[in-house]
Design a protein around this ligand. Structure first.
Ligand SMILES: [Zn+2]
Length: 178
């Protein structure tokens, strides 16, 4: 997936925009609750919240993927529930999103879910450009695997694709997935 600068430091965005009405966030007692979210275009007249905020997949500097919530058309401010605070944007974990919104956002991404503390984020699956095997075993590895790193040069075989490794009779190492 292609990631672009979001205008916010350390956060890149990708994929399409999905409008949303609510977010599951913790209240001040730490309980997860559903809050309405609104775009407020004019802070002096905060009742005009007709436009639904937008969400888009967002990735932080550690590669953790959640969603960035901004005002519709990148304008205005966000209002969460009946709070009197107005936010320019909000980075949320995937479990803050309604299921339908989350599904729509994740369509273009090849991902795996990661759980951190009590929030759910995603990580993009890395596309491995080559695989390593040893002449002395029948396993093949991703280059980052500790077992791959221990293979001595004289026994080392490199395959450009999984298919190549499989058709040469090698099987994927269970730990790294090959
Ligand atoms: Zn391995």
């Amino acid at each position: 997936m292609e990631w672009k600068a979001s205008g916010i430091s350390c956060i890149q965005v990708g994929g399409r925009y999905v409008p949303l009405k609510t977010l599951w966030l913790k209240d001040r007692w730490g309980q997860k609750k559903r809050f309405r979210v609104k775009t407020v275009l004019d802070l002096r007249n905060s009742k005009h919240g007709f436009l639904l905020p937008w969400s888009q997949l967002a990735r932080d500097e550690k590669g953790r993927i959640g969603a960035l919530i901004v005002g519709a058309h990148h304008s205005g401010w966000l209002r969460i529930g009946s709070s009197r605070k107005f936010l320019p944007y909000l980075f949320v974990s995937l479990d803050a999103l309604a299921r339908k919104v989350r599904k729509k956002l994740l369509v273009p991404l090849d991902y795996e879910l990661i759980e951190e503390e009590d929030s759910i984020l995603a990580r993009e699956k890395e596309i491995c450009s080559y695989y390593i095997a040893s002449k002395r075993s029948n396993l093949f590895h991703e280059p980052g695997c500790w077992q791959a790193k221990r293979i001595k040069d004289k026994y080392r075989i490199v395959f450009r694709t999984r298919k190549e490794a499989l058709s040469s009779g090698y099987i994927p190492h269970k730990i790294c997935g090959g």
